[in-house]
Design a protein around this ligand. Structure first.
Ligand SMILES: Cc1ncc(COP(=O)(O)O)c(C=O)c1O
Length: 925
């Protein structure tokens, strides 16, 4: 990047306060850019007392302490810069800031040794380059940083750093640099701020308090680590293990090594030592530590399936199986499809096979590298097991439902869940008991299912003596629109009613969440780990005893149970959590790459049926590239997931704020805030929006820990009704005119999803499009005068005020219920589904026909023969066997979407004929 480019990207006025940024890296880069701008100005035309010189000083003093938490530029370069500033040598200051800024932005310090040398004229390329990649680009050894926490006096740090760096060897697979800190607080801050860290070496005996007094740092620390500073300081003993646990809690991927003069054998056996990868006795071989660091990073870097596939592709193999495309000869020798080969390149063909020999392993019965890849993925997600799926989470959900449920079992399920769950019930014969999410009628969307509703369903089933048939609670987390459950709370209270209940958390959108310390607390696997630890803790047992004394024997008819916090019996509770992730939706996996992550204490009881369901749904020709991409996507997130998820969250929060604060854009477009997306009763913290002045990071962490629902900031509901656009129209406009793609809309909104792929430039592109559209609207309204304004207002009203009510699930027809007296609403959906296969038993009635209104009034009831799923919103407003009520008909009649699966306007609604429903037809139903 040239100096002009550097200067262009940041003017001093643009700099935001550091604490406004979620991602410290961006904030830091902005500071260096600003410093560079000021330094260049000082060198070009400044005098000793110029404003530019003052700006250099202010900026430098402001962020120099933070630089201690990164290896680059490091103490030597920072010292040179400080000396040049003190000596008022503007040219040297300009030279150094330009070089440092460039290295940081381009990342060249990772591979170029001259970047670290204050005396070097230019950055060269004296790094440890490997042979170039296929595009001719040099491949460098991956670079990372190691945090050393030491009790030694800072005057000794330089010598210790040099000694440690001397241990690096030319045949090391990676290269690292060192960051040194001397206190608990500084170590925690380094782990929060420095996304390059992969390993931490803790020399016990360090102090607690940071040597810097910077309020920003304490705010950063408060985001993630709840540290009882006074308590720990008062204890006055070695803080090494406490530090290891705090670090592991918010960055579980870090390898932590502890050096102590206490008995390592005793410590290693203690339960608190699980966060430590390896313990060393203080005086042990330094080389061992170096090798352990390499080994630890390599454990995450390894991609057993992908690496083997690369080797396989490089071998000369004759294929005599049914996959002509493998090895590419049918493509590259063709006279007609050679462009396919040119487009995809050779590797995709060389890496294809329909065999499971050659070390390729079998997805259906993995014994080799797929097995290991799945185990590594389970580790990365904090699960006990992992199964890869190559047909998307559509398949993963069906596998889990069918694996755990048999005909007649009951599943408590959000009616708005993805259709794969509903089809899973048809396949397994499980009876869904649909529970309703809170509606957001204004935006024509649903939120998530309140815990009270779920508890009520469970208690009702218990009162009816059906609890033993309830196998699963099935919820979407987070929802399409970003509503995140509090899985710890949901599972805890449900387990108090049925201690061996299993849960499926459809986290199709949420694979990335594991790697963000903020989001992790709201994931199924994150919650499983917290609950498992909690129920082992003697303090919990005490709390439970007190709770039991208060509640006594659970009376399912006692309404107070719905509003009090229920606690499960630690002697009976089982953790049984299934999390499905569309890896392809938020990690670097190919489309349809999906994972099932499992923490099930009773898996041995269902392993057979789960395996059966896996075999039933898994293709016998799984795509090898998909499996490889799942393996690689895991590697990426274990090594840079922290950085990527922090950055994406930062971009999303910044984008939300920029849109809502922009004077022109916000006249027509607005991002719905947590306050608007989550009713106050589920948001006890009172949090209204992200970022100052609405909330500090401490507030956000507290809200995400405690509130019933929280809003994922990376899923941005952009309201467009005030601009007179419905969601579909607006989506089309963004695609056609601005090359901006989104995929979910509602009547008056679109969903903007920020993921690990997005950059600040993408956000800027969207903002620019919104400014253009807002300007056009202003011009048009000015041009068209009063009549135009009236037409516009009426369109806006239709989109934002005259919105249809959202229909709830009504009930299953009596023919599909166990008995007429049951109060709970589960139904035999499978029977209804297959009844529709008999065409003679079905009828079609046009939506507009008078017959519909007559039958709604006088019967016989309208009973849906199939799923009817409008896109958007994408949830079934009718399921097989459901009695259709007037609210559903009104909603259907008002629907203005073109795509309605299961409904052909020309034929009408497909219904089960009343006389096909046997003697059970009851017009009251
Ligand atoms: C909540 C939810 N679950 C599952 C799926 C299906 O996932 P996939 O596209 O990986 O099959 C989707 C797809 O949009 C979804 O939104």
């Amino acid at each position: 990047m040239t100096t002009q480019e550097l200067n262009r990207t940041a003017s001093p006025e643009r700099i935001q306060p550091l604490e406004d940024f979620f991602s410290a890296n961006d904030a830091r880069n902005d500071r260096w850019r600003a410093l560079n701008v000021a330094a260049q100005e000082w060198a070009t035309n400044g005098s000793e007392k110029s404003a530019a010189q003052k700006r250099v000083l202010t900026l430098f003093n402001e962020f120099a302490p933070i630089e201690d938490y990164w290896a680059f530029p490091g103490p030597t370069l920072m010292r040179s810069l400080k000396e040049a500033i003190d000596a008022q040598d503007a040219n040297v200051v300009a030279h150094l800031t330009r070089r440092i800024g460039r290295s940081l932005l381009s990342g060249s310090y990772r591979s170029d040794a001259t970047s670290w040398d204050p005396l070097a004229e230019q950055d060269g390329s004296s790094g440890q380059a490997l042979p170039p990649d296929v595009q001719g680009e040099p491949i460098h050894k991956p670079y990372f940083e190691v945090l050393i926490v030491t009790p030694n006096d800072p005057s000794q740090w330089e010598r210790a750093r040099k000694q440690m760096l001397q241990l690096r060897r030319p045949d090391d697979p990676f290269v690292y640099q060192i960051v040194q800190v001397g206190s608990f607080e500084d170590a925690a801050l380094a782990a929060v701020l420095n996304t390059n860290l992969q390993a931490v070496v803790i020399y016990d005996g360090f102090s607690f308090t940071s040597r810097h007094s910077v309020p920003l740092l304490h705010e950063q620390l408060a985001r993630f680590a709840n540290i009882d500073a006074a308590g720990l300081a008062a204890e006055g003993r070695g803080l090494g293990l406490e530090l290891a646990n705090v670090l592991k809690n918010f960055r579980p991927e870090l390898d932590i090594y502890l050096l102590t003069d206490r008995s390592v054998e005793d410590l290693a056996g203690s339960p608190e030592a699980t966060s430590v990868r390896r313990m060393f006795y203080d005086v042990e071989e330094a080389l061992e530590i170096h090798l352990s660091i390499m080994d630890g990073v390599n454990d995450r870097y390894l991609t057993p399936y992908f690496s083997n596939l690369k080797q396989y592709a490089a071998r000369p193999i004759g294929t005599f199986h049914a996959l002509p495309i493998a090895r590419g000869k049918s493509v590259f020798r063709s006279n007609w499809i050679r462009d396919m080969g040119q487009f995809y390149g050779t590797n995709i063909f060389l890496a294809e096979s329909s065999a499971t020999s050659g070390g390729l392993d079998s997805l259906l019965e993995p014994t080799n590298n797929i097995k290991v890849a799945q185990e590594m993925t389970a580790r990365a997600f904090g699960a006990k097991r992992c199964y890869f799926a190559t047909n998307g989470t559509s398949t993963s959900n069906k596998i889990v439902v069918q694996g755990l449920c048999a005909p007649g079992d009951i599943v408590i399920v959000d009616r708005n869940c993805h259709k794969s769950h509903h089809y899973g019930f048809v396949l397994s014969g499980a009876q869904p008991l649909y529970v309703e999410a809170f509606p957001l009628t204004k935006y024509s969307m649903y939120g998530a299912v309140p815990l009270r509703t779920i508890k009520k369903a469970l208690l009702d089933l218990r009162a009816e003596g059906k609890l033993d048939r309830v196998k699963l609670v099935d919820l979407t987390n987070c929802t399409f629109d970003g509503h995140m459950y509090n899985p710890q709370r949901v599972m805890e209270e449900c387990l108090a009613i049925k201690p061996n209940l299993a849960f499926i958390w459809d986290e199709a959108w949420f694979a990335f969440a594991r790697f963000s310390p903020l989001h992790r607390r709201r994931t199924g696997m994150g919650a499983a780990a917290v609950l498992a630890a909690k129920y082992r803790d003697p303090a919990y047992r005490k709390a439970y005893e007190a709770h039991k004394a208060e509640v006594g024997k659970l009376d399912p008819k006692d309404p107070k149970l719905l509003d009090m916090r229920l606690l499960p019996d630690p002697d009976k509770v089982r953790i049984r959590v299934y999390q499905t992730n569309s890896t392809h939706k938020s990690m670097s996996a190919f489309r349809q790459g999906s994972m099932m992550l499992i923490w099930d204490d009773d898996f041995h009881e269902v392993e057979g049926t789960f395996q059966e369901a896996f075999l039933a749904h898994t293709s016998t020709s799984p795509n090898l590239q998909l499996i490889a991409s799942l393996d690689v996507a895991r590697r990426q997130m274990e090594l840079e997931g922290y950085e990527l998820t922090m950055r994406m969250t930062g971009i999303a929060i910044d984008l939300r704020e920029r849109i809502n604060k922009h004077p022109l854009i916000s006249k027509y477009f607005r991002v719905a805030s947590p306050e608007e997306m989550i009713p106050a009763e589920f948001r006890k913290s009172g949090i209204k929006d992200y970022g100052p002045p609405n909330s500090t990071w401490r507030d956000v962490v507290k809200a995400w820990d405690e509130d019933e629902f929280a809003l994922d900031p990376t899923r941005i509901t952009l309201l467009c009704g005030e601009a007179g656009f419905d969601g579909t129209q607006f989506k089309g406009m963004l695609a056609e005119r601005f090359d901006i793609q989104i995929n979910k809309t509602s009547r008056n909104s679109i969903l903007v999803q920020i993921n690990i792929n997005n950059t600040r430039a993408d956000a800027a592109h969207l903002i620019k499009a919104l400014i253009n559209l807002s300007r056009e609207l202003e011009d048009r309204l000015n041009r068209e005068g009063k009549t135009g304004k009236e037409a516009f207002d009426s369109r806006v009203r239709a989109l934002t005020v005259e919105v249809p009510d959202l229909p709830n699930f009504s009930e299953f027809h009596g023919a599909f219920r166990d008995d007429g007296k049951s109060k709970t609403n589960e139904g035999h959906m499978r029977a209804a589904f297959f009844k529709a296969y008999d065409d003679a038993g079905c009828e079609y009635v046009k939506l507009a026909a008078k017959e519909i209104d007559d039958r709604l009034k006088n019967g016989p009831p309208l009973v849906s023969a199939n799923f009817v799923i409008p896109y958007p919103p994408g949830f079934p407003i009718m399921v097989p066997g459901q009695v259709i009520k007037s609210d559903t008909i009104t909603f259907m009649r008002k629907l203005d979407v073109k795509e309605i699966h299961g409904y052909q306007a020309a034929r009408g609604l497909k219904l089960l004929k009343p006389d096909s429903l046997g003697g059970k037809v009851n017009p009251e139903r």
